[in-house]
Design a protein. Structure first.
Length: 274
């Protein structure tokens, strides 16, 4: 029945197209055995080529968001809503899946794309590319928005989540500091320096001036490695030791130093190097 529908779909009236498209999606979800994976692949590949207008209303991304909430949508469905339409060969969802696949299904990688990168995909013009990039940038900035209640840093993971959106995707090195009160709640964050691909200069006086201005009891240090590597260099180790000693002298504890990249983070404190 499924193979018959794949062949004769385009000859069906629009009402029956919608009904059987939904049936196809339901059938695809049932093919979970390894032996049926090829059938599942062909079904979904065909569904992705069908215009979303031919889908059952409950399966269309916009209607699905209204009926079931935003959490029910996949990344591809959310991107499809942004694009509004697909190409002649693919539905908006199919095109979104292709874009995600080319970025290893990783939104961080997708966020690094330029307008020119996205326009490489057939069906993506300048307007769609700008819309996708703008939405991803808004998502990044949302993570940086100040909260009414100052977040508390309880672990290196908390610190990483706080600072990764700032420096994780940069193509050059930057050095930042988090300023904390006695309860390890964030008083502020500050960029200390910006450099090249392989390094940036750090002035200890700037760091502790920021701490004094905010009356911080402690600080956490951060810098990124654009190369993706997380192993600290000898310069990183020496700088950490220097800043820790300066902090002791000024009664401002250096709690940790995190190296951040798109692969994760390295914590000096977690590794017993502080």
């Amino acid at each position: 029945m499924v193979i018959k529908y794949l062949i004769f779909h385009d000859t069906l009236p629009s009402g029956r197209q919608e009904r059987y498209t939904r049936l196809l999606i339901q059938q695809a979800k049932r093919f979970n055995k390894r032996s049926d994976s090829i059938i599942q692949h062909h079904i979904m590949n065909y569904v992705n080529k069908i215009s979303i207008k031919a889908w059952a209303e409950a399966d269309r991304p916009r209607e699905k968001l209204l009926l079931k909430g935003k959490q029910s949508l996949s990344d591809a469905e959310l991107i499809a809503i942004l694009m509004g339409s697909g190409s002649r060969q693919l539905s908006a969802v199919g095109l979104a899946q292709l874009i995600l696949q080319s970025n290893n299904h990783n939104l961080n990688e997708l966020g690094k794309n330029t307008v020119l990168d996205l326009r490489e995909f057939k069906g993506i013009g300048e307007a769609k590319a700008i819309t996708i990039i703008a939405a991803l940038e808004l998502g990044r900035r949302r993570q940086l928005s100040d909260l009414r209640e100052k977040p508390q840093i309880r672990s290196s993971q908390d610190a990483y989540r706080e600072m990764a959106p700032m420096i994780q995707d940069l193509t050059h090195e930057e050095f930042w500091v988090l300023l904390l009160n006695r309860a390890n709640r964030i008083l502020g964050r500050a960029k200390i320096s910006s450099g090249g691909v392989s390094g940036t200069m750090v002035d200890a006086k700037l760091i502790f001036n920021k701490a004094l201005e905010k009356r911080a009891s402690s600080v956490m240090l951060f810098h990124n490695h654009p190369s993706g590597g997380l192993t600290p260099s000898q310069a990183d180790i020496s700088l950490t030791k220097k800043l820790r000693e300066a902090g002791k002298f000024l009664d401002t504890q250096v709690l940790d130093h995190l190296i951040i990249s798109d692969r994760g983070y390295y914590s000096f404190a977690d590794e017993g190097k502080l």
